[in-house]
Design a protein around this ligand. Structure first.
Ligand SMILES: [Fe+2]
Length: 337
């Protein structure tokens, strides 16, 4: 844990752990020796029916939306990394997911996929053609590419702002700063068979199961990542449920929700706290029935730790507190398109 890392808020941290001093800190490890596996969720790609509407939505959410020919790139401030790629199509549809690997791991992946008999595919037009392209067990297009590790190497720092006695901390509503997410945290996609997807992403990409709760499963990277960089939910077929963006405090989760509501995006779910991942959340419904999530405080799984995956009762595993989710929260609107 770094000197400035999150100090509390969960129920299973001992008082001793809460009093770590700077002498306890050492630089976080960035790789598990001898292990092969994707290190990051690199980016996702969607088509949507109205690119101008998409640019407006993601800008209001707090992202840096850059126009690149016929495509929108989703960025966060002060980072060159492109977290999302949005192009125009007949309807909203998940096009592909890209995962990052270390450069010296790519030859191993080429051989590994050959040994598994996985057919290589051509990249879609307009996409970065590097790396390896193939279908997952549900027909969803995947890319494995050499990339800088964008998953964190330590728990993301969070802080709940406050003020000393005698002073007001909260800004006046009109002067509250815009919420600007720090990075993409994870995506949740639909699959026709959750168990089969867990098996495929474990065997082929080297991801590990973090936890499962009925027909939802969460997976992390072996080289250190958030509790989940990708999650799966049962549906009739592939589809995009949400992308989740890391912010620095519960204050920003709530302020982000208000930021979007003030600009016409009142529908969503939150404020609440998940159990699996422990993150505070607010989901904003996008114009196509999927969601953008403000998230903070997610559990972190270091590269030298074997996380004990469990299968939890959905009533216990979904959320600790918060309002009831919308009735159609887990509807896959891409099925049949
Ligand atoms: Fe999420």
């Amino acid at each position: 844990m770094s000197p400035n890392a999150y100090r509390g808020g969960t129920t299973n941290i001992s008082p001793e752990e809460l009093t770590l001093t700077t002498t306890d800190w050492s630089p976080p490890k960035q790789r598990r020796p001898g292990a092969h596996g994707v290190h990051s969720l690199d980016h996702f790609s969607l088509t949507v029916p109205d690119l101008a509407q998409a640019a407006s939505f993601y800008r209001k959410f707090g992202l840096d939306v850059r126009e690149d020919g016929e495509t929108l790139g989703l960025h966060t401030d002060d980072r060159t990394h492109r977290w999302g790629s949005i192009s125009e199509g007949a309807q909203k549809k998940l096009q592909y997911i890209s995962f990052g690997v270390f450069a010296d791991d790519l030859p191993w992946f080429r051989q590994h996929l050959d040994e598994l008999g996985i057919v290589r595919l051509d990249p879609p037009s307009g996409a970065d053609g590097s790396g390896i392209w193939f279908h997952d067990c549900d027909g969803l297009l995947l890319q494995i590419r050499v990339a800088e590790k964008s998953s964190p190497n330590e728990k993301s720092q969070t802080a709940n702002p406050t003020s000393p006695p005698g002073r007001r901390w909260a800004p006046l509503r009109d002067s509250a700063a815009e919420v600007r997410p720090r990075r993409l945290q994870h995506v949740l996609v639909f699959t026709s068979d959750v168990s089969r997807s867990i098996d495929f992403y474990s065997r082929v990409l080297g991801l590990r199961l973090s936890d499962r709760s009925g027909e939802v499963a969460f997976m992390h990277g072996v080289h250190g990542s958030d509790h989940h960089l990708v999650a799966f939910a049962k549906s009739a077929g592939p589809g995009f449920h949400h992308c989740s963006w890391d912010v620095s405090s519960v204050h920003e989760v709530g302020l982000g929700a208000m930021q979007m509501a003030d600009q016409g995006f009142q529908r969503g779910w939150g404020l609440g706290q998940h159990v699996l991942g422990s993150n505070y959340f607010h989901y904003v419904r996008d114009p196509w029935g999927s969601y953008c999530e403000y998230s903070c405080g997610m559990d972190f799984i270091p590269c030298d730790l074997d996380w004990p995956a469990e299968n939890h009762n959905p009533r216990n595993g979904f959320y600790l507190w918060g309002p009831e989710p919308p009735r159609d929260f887990t509807t896959n609107f891409e099925v049949g398109n």
